[in-house]
Write a protein that binds this ligand. Structure first.
Ligand code: FAD
Length: 462
């Protein structure tokens, strides 16, 4: 890499790598990718747990829809090991707070109401979209208009499955208009391919990077372990300072760090970003989705067809609600994992692992008896506390306008932004991050070609 490349890309997650690859393919080879951690992949992140590879971050790819999912296509090319999850039997696997299963007929009835509510939400969202004025409401408001607000613990756990499990935030804070219908499912499909491969989901990012980098550790265009702390920008270019005291200059920069990082004080912009940009960043939602993995010496939960998932009902909404075993992916692994989100994630991130394990064991004993063994190990990812992520993915709040969302992605002079939170259609998803990287790079390529650049269009960037 030259000492002053044309473009610096900050972050080597899927959006940063997709952006860099797009620039490379357009003939812009003079670039530097600066990544805080020792690896590429970002929130596509595998880890070893009890001798197996599990995904701390993204786990599912979606397929079966009318539009090809480019990441699923890459996964197929790489023969990535995935299994199609089956949620069909969830209504037969719903446990009461003090133990014992609910009659499946009752759960089915409640699930039917939830599905009807989803249909109403979709129609109501379309209606709002047809209005000239940018009117939006929360999903909860739409549920109220439908006169079917989940109230009992059972109704709430089903609602969690229909909403929080996907958005990682409850209906009361989530935008109806920008969540229903979920574009990822409408376009790419609802078939959930669960990645369970020793190479990890991150192999997809490595595959993209290998198209233009000679090595994922020693290519001079890739700088790992470089934590960007300052971005100074002006009409003449950009200067980047990293934690270890290095300085890099370039004409342009693409910032692909998460929304959570932008909301934190990890990176200082000089001059300060304009107020409209800071509002756009501060007001969007960054949430937390936590998969807690537990390895047991033996299996004491039901296994076999139709048992992959179970629900736990509690008066406290979102209290260890959705469970999955890994017997289909890794037979004999004796691993269970439970998903918590939002405020519950924020709460448990503050607890030591032993305290989380103790809470979980109280539940499992209620469901499966006092004689069940202690887990041999537990894995609790803490995405919210990690200074390089500060959350798991973004979620569109109900009060947030389309105009603000456009501003979130807008460049400021030579500073371009990308990442899943800037995606047009698939915010939160890996596909969203991938397309966002391509879109941002294309914006910049336009800027090179036409010599008219979006970042300078409005003349309101300083
Ligand atoms: P990132 O992957 O965050 O990339 C940004 C990069 O910037 C990172 O590598 C980071 O280390 C680096 N960085 C941060 N700060 C600095 C700095 N100061 N200097 C230099 N580098 C820096 N999506 C799905 O499609 N399906 C799923 O099932 C799914 N489940 C998820 C579950 C969890 C728990 C999480 C966390 C995410 C999940 N997602 C899922 C979302 C998906 O992982 C993300 O949308 C996507 O990976 C984001 O990519 P990105 O490039 O925008 O950001």
């Amino acid at each position: 890499a030259s000492p002053s490349p044309t473009v610096i890309v900050i972050g080597a997650g899927i959006s940063g790598i997709a952006a860099a690859k797009t620039l490379h393919e357009a003939g812009i080879h003079d670039m530097l990718i600066v990544e805080a951690t020792p690896r590429i992949g970002g929130r596509l992140m595998k880890t070893q747990f009890s001798g197996l590879t599990v995904e701390k971050g993204a786990n599912w790819l979606f397929g079966g829809g009318p539009v090809a999912n480019p990441l699923l296509d890459i996964a197929k090319k790489l023969k990535l090991r995935t299994s199609l999850n089956d949620y069909e039997n969830l209504t037969s696997n719903t446990y009461k707070q003090e133990g014992g299963l609910y009659p499946s007929k009752l759960v089915e009835e409640i699930d039917k109401v939830a599905t009807a509510r989803d249909d109403f939400c979709e129609k109501f969202s379309k209606k709002l979209s047809s209005k000239k004025k940018d009117v939006d409401v929360s999903i909860l408001a739409a549920q109220r208009i439908f006169k079917q607000v989940p109230k009992t613990p059972l109704e709430m756990v089903i609602d969690f499955y229909h909403n929080d499990y996907e958005d990682a935030e409850p209906p009361k804070v989530t935008s109806l208009k920008h969540t229903y219908p979920r574009n990822e499912f409408v376009d790419h499909g609802e078939d959930p391919y669960f990645v369970a491969d020793p190479r990890g989901f991150e192999i997809v990012v490595q595959y993209l990077a290998k198209q233009f980098l000679s090595s994922l550790t020693s290519d001079p265009r890739l700088k790992l372990n470089k934590v960007v702390r300052e971005i100074s920008y002006s009409k003449s270019g950009v200067t980047i300072k990293t934690e270890d005291g290095s300085t890099y200059n370039s004409k342009y920069v693409i910032v692909s760090v998460s929304l959570g990082v932008l909301q934190s004080d990890l990176i200082e912009f000089q001059p300060t970003l304009p107020l409209w940009k800071r509002i756009a960043i501060s007001d969007f939602g960054m949430t937390i989705y936590t998969k807690i993995f537990l390895k047991f010496p033996y299996k004491f939960w039901p296994s076999g067809p139709g048992t992959e998932f179970f629900l736990y009902t509690h008066v406290r909404r979102g209290y260890y609600p959705l469970w999955q075993h890994l017997e289909n992916e890794y037979p004999g692994s004796n691993i269970l994992f439970v998903t918590v989100t939002a405020d519950e994630s924020r709460r448990i991130e503050q607890l030591p692992d032993e305290a989380i394990e103790a809470e979980i064991m109280v539940i499992l004993k209620k469901l499966f008896g006092d004689n069940i063994p202690k887990p041999e190990s537990i894995l609790v990812p803490r995405w919210g506390l990690d200074r390089f992520y500060k959350g798991s993915f973004s979620n569109w709040p109900d009060s947030y306008s389309q105009k603000r969302k456009d501003q979130l992605a807008d460049p400021i002079g030579p500073v371009y932004f990308t990442g899943e939170h800037t995606s047009n259609k698939y915010i939160g998803y890996a596909t969203g991050a991938y397309f966002a990287g391509i879109d941002t790079a294309n914006d910049l390529i336009e800027c090179f070609k036409k010599k008219s650049c979006r970042g300078y269009n409005r003349n309101r960037w300083h």
